[in-house]
Design a binder for this molecule. Structure first.
Ligand SMILES: [Zn+2]
Length: 321
């Protein structure tokens, strides 16, 4: 059924634990104030799974892949097609160079808590352009894709409207509204915000023009278990088709070639060091490794055409459309 046996864990997370917790909370709304952080984690894990699924489809069957992409999008709260114009066709091609809608250095290359926290809003604003262009092109040239995009919007937001309605019908406006907010609404927002925060951390002060120093890595075992090896970002960028379960092996091969400043053990210690300690002792913060994205070497030809997202490539992506 799945192309890689490691994805049976993906199925456990996305078809049992994530919806199971949601259903449980709809029966026990009194527990939502204690368990909502867990809902946030599972929503985030669905977002990470969507990222992986988008690069390497989980199932053998195309229909199952389409269904799965839509299913997990219900939990992280955004239509699944959006990965194509913003991530696959933009971020992976430009990797934090000019033209990447998700550049970490848009207004400043300084790395502090304010820039990290607000990165989601800046990045979302600039990602809306390639998304709008992609939808416009689909409308003009590929009616089937366009219908799929519209139906994804209807399914995601329609399901959340139904979940809200169900919560209110079961438990009244006050308790039901709070239940939806803590069990579904906030987790969805948290997932999107955190995915973008990771994108920021994984590229801030790295060198997009370098062979191996374009990304920051987090090697913690627990983090990589919980987030499906998402901490090993150099390996992911160098071969985006590598299955998430194989990333530790690829990372071990690449590790000697990566600047040690771009390899961290614990993301929590990194955050504490960067956003708390570095306020008092600046040298504990990250420094630019190699060239920043806005200083291309003379030989580099930077493609800044953010709006040139081609439907052909997207159409070949079995998982999403
Ligand atoms: Zn990726």
């Amino acid at each position: 059924m799945v192309r890689n046996p490691a994805d049976y864990r993906t199925l456990l997370w996305t078809f049992v634990l994530t919806p199971g917790l949601l259903i449980f909370l709809y029966f026990r709304p009194d527990l939502v104030v204690y368990l909502w952080p867990l809902s946030c984690y599972f929503a985030l894990s669905c977002g990470i799974v969507a990222h992986n699924h988008n690069h390497t489809p989980t199932f053998k069957s195309k229909g199952a892949n389409q269904f799965f992409g839509t299913w997990i999008s219900l939990f992280y709260g955004y239509p699944t097609f959006a990965w194509i114009p913003t991530h696959n066709l933009n971020h992976h091609k430009l990797v934090n160079k000019a033209g990447d809608a998700t550049i970490t250095w848009r207004f400043t290359n300084r790395h502090n808590a304010l820039v990290a926290i607000t990165y989601f809003f800046v990045s979302s604003y600039y990602q809306s352009e390639p998304i709008k262009t992609f939808i416009r092109k689909a409308k003009e040239k590929n009616p089937k894709l366009y219908r799929q995009i519209i139906s994804q919007y209807v399914i995601v937001y329609g399901t959340h409207a139904l979940l809200f309605g169900l919560a209110v019908a079961l438990h009244g406006f006050k308790t039901g509204g709070l239940l939806w907010l803590l069990a579904a609404g906030i987790p969805g927002f948290f997932a999107l915000w955190t995915i973008m925060l990771f994108n920021y951390e994984q590229h801030v002060h790295a060198d997009p023009f370098s062979r191996h120093n374009h990304s920051r890595n987090f090697e913690g075992k627990l983090l990589n278990f919980l987030l499906f090896n998402n901490g090993l970002h150099t390996a992911h960028h160098e071969n985006a088709g590598t299955h998430w379960a194989d990333l530790p092996k690829v990372h071990a091969e690449l590790r000697p070639h990566i600047d040690p400043r771009l390899i961290h053990r614990s993301v929590w210690w990194y955050w504490f060091q960067q956003y708390v300690l570095a306020m008092f002792i600046p040298k504990l913060g990250t420094t630019q490794v190699g060239r920043p994205g806005f200083e291309p070497p003379d030989t580099d030809t930077v493609d800044t055409r953010t709006d040139e997202v081609e439907l052909g490539e997207a159409g070949s992506n079995a998982a999403m459309v």
